[in-house]
Design a protein around this ligand. Structure first.
Ligand code: BGC
Length: 512
């Protein structure tokens, strides 16, 4: 286990939208490097960058054309190596996005694979044996080249699935086993990509659709066997490098596949009732919504169940949101966000904050860009200050921007929030400081539920001596828990005769 993970708090950066240093209207790697001091000031000590590789950007870069080259619009490989170095100088870590399940249809591997004549890339992707053969249980693209067959896709039509073989063979005429050397060679190629970046200072990977590799793999045992190979390589050659999966099943990801960490996403592609139900129970229904008055049980049940199953083997990551979800501020108002962030930063595991959530950036529904569709509204440029034309994001003319900045007169900015001691940003900074000074609150400390009442009061013990209690509702609530030795509070409370009254929208971190 990489030693830095136990106290890691991540900040996710969508490079398109963070900071533009060359005035072309799109964020760049040098922009991230320039903002490292801001990120460190907030108390984040690790970064996850969304894909920044050469790509036709049909899916915002999740359609990779060259795994080992930074997209010119973001800069150069040297700029990225410099970012690694500057981050390390500040005691921070940087992980990249690895997209192993599919490439762009513009990747040279695919361009070769689609040729009608047999060549060394013929089996790098999954093709049927004839263009008319399209088994309905899979998603196919047909007729896009002269190769007589259809190719399997993983996400959009422009993202052909790499061939890691099948666990159960149901169509022997075109499927191969995942143990076939041709299928294993695809994973070898992915290990090469990992080595390329790790050798140049990268600290690990967030692995996109990590569970999607081997097909017809219901229990994911074959897919897990591949990731075990990656973990072995890391343990042997890069013991301080981390792997976090987009899997949403921590027992499979951590216990079986060997990931250090798995994301428990609040929802995936509009599939609700999944993962950590922070706020997606619906408008006005989230645990944190002051008028909801619901027990925290539903929100926490899957998280706790998985947490107990993986303890000692790895971590679960809970997120404020990400580039695929509506922003958390879409569902919760600022006073509710304060409580949600207090929980996010006091749970076990490795928390992830999405850029801009520290200032309460808005979700702005708008026309799709680069395959974003409903996700585009969460990908707008970071709001740095009140300067024109683009709130400090870029000096380019607004018409040239990747996406427009929030045009509301009250759009929050980082500078404004830094100056206001009561801002969300300063709350996040304070919570990060408390977490980093208090081992109980970090990744490893145990979590035990002390109170989980129907009136909305929730309290949990972290480690041996630190507890956190919440009343997110708009009414005072009581509990027999004795709140004392306060480390941090939002709202107010009183303790009398062994009864604690928590006023509306209160959270307290305290020692017991
Ligand atoms: C990423 C998405 C991407 C998809 C396909 C995901 O889960 O987070 O942004 O579109 O994988 O690569």
């Amino acid at each position: 286990m990489p030693s830095w993970l136990k106290n890691a708090v991540f900040y996710e950066i969508y490079p398109q939208s963070y900071y533009d240093t060359n005035g072309d209207g799109i964020g760049d790697i040098n922009g991230i490097t320039e903002k490292l001091d801001y990120i460190k000031f907030l108390g984040f000590n690790a970064l996850w960058l969304n894909p920044c590789y050469v790509s036709p950007f049909m899916d915002a870069g999740y359609d990779v054309e060259d795994y080992c080259k930074v997209a010119p619009r973001y800069g150069t490989n040297e700029a990225l190596y410099n970012l690694f170095e500057q981050a390390h100088n500040r005691g921070m870590h940087v992980i990249l996005d690895l997209v192993p399940g599919h490439t762009s249809d513009q990747h040279p591997w695919f361009k070769q694979s689609r040729l009608p004549t047999k060549n060394e890339m013929t089996d790098r992707y999954t093709w049927t044996d004839c263009v008319w053969n399209r088994p309905p249980e899979y998603s196919w693209v047909a007729g896009m080249s002269d190769r007589d067959g259809c190719f399997l896709i993983n996400f959009f039509n422009s993202q052909p699935a790499l061939n890691y073989g099948f666990n159960e063979i149901t169509h022997p005429e075109w499927q191969m086993s995942y143990t076939d050397p041709r299928a294993q060679a695809t994973f070898d190629a992915m290990l090469e990509v990992m080595r390329f970046w790790l050798d140049r200072g990268c600290d690990g990977f967030r692995v996109d659709m990590a569970d999607s590799l081997v097909k017809n793999d219901e229990e994911k045992t074959a897919t897990a066997s591949l990731w075990r190979r990656a973990r072995k390589m890391l343990d042997e050659s890069y013991p301080e490098a981390m792997l976090i999966s987009e899997w949403c099943n921590a027992p499979r990801s951590v216990n079986n596949a060997g990931f250090h960490c798995d994301f428990l996403l609040n929802h995936q592609y509009k599939m609700t009732h999944y993962g950590f139900r922070y706020w997606e129970n619906g408008v006005n229904k989230s645990y944190f919504c002051k008028t909801a008055h619901v027990s925290a049980h539903n929100m926490l049940s899957k998280y706790l169940d998985e947490l107990y199953q993986i303890q000692g083997n790895g971590y679960i990551s809970v997120i404020s949101g990400n580039h695929d979800t509506e922003r958390i501020s879409y569902m919760l108002d600022e006073s509710e966000l304060r409580l949600a962030y207090t929980m996010l930063l006091t749970l076990p595991g490795v928390p992830f904050f999405y850029y801009g959530d520290e200032i309460g950036m808005r979700y702005i529904p708008q026309q799709s860009k680069e395959g974003g569709f409903h996700r585009t509204g969460s990908r707008t440029p970071m709001q740095w200050d009140n300067s024109l034309p683009n709130l400090g994001f870029s000096t380019a003319d607004a018409s040239k921007l990747y996406l427009q900045v929030d045009d509301q007169p009250n759009a929050p900015t980082a500078v404004q929030c830094q100056a206001n001691p009561d801002s969300l940003l300063n709350l996040v900074k304070k919570l990060n400081a408390i977490r980093s000074e208090n081992e109980d609150l970090q990744a490893d400390g145990q979590m035990k539920i002390l109170v989980c009442d129907d009136n909305g009061v929730l309290a949990y013990l972290r480690g041996e001596h630190t507890a956190v209690v919440f009343n997110p509702t708009d009414k005072a609530q009581t509990t027999t828990l004795n709140v004392q030795q306060e480390l941090f509070k939002i709202g107010s409370y009183t303790v009398k005769d062994g009864i604690t009254t928590l006023e509306s929208q209160t959270a307290v971190i305290f020692k017991i």
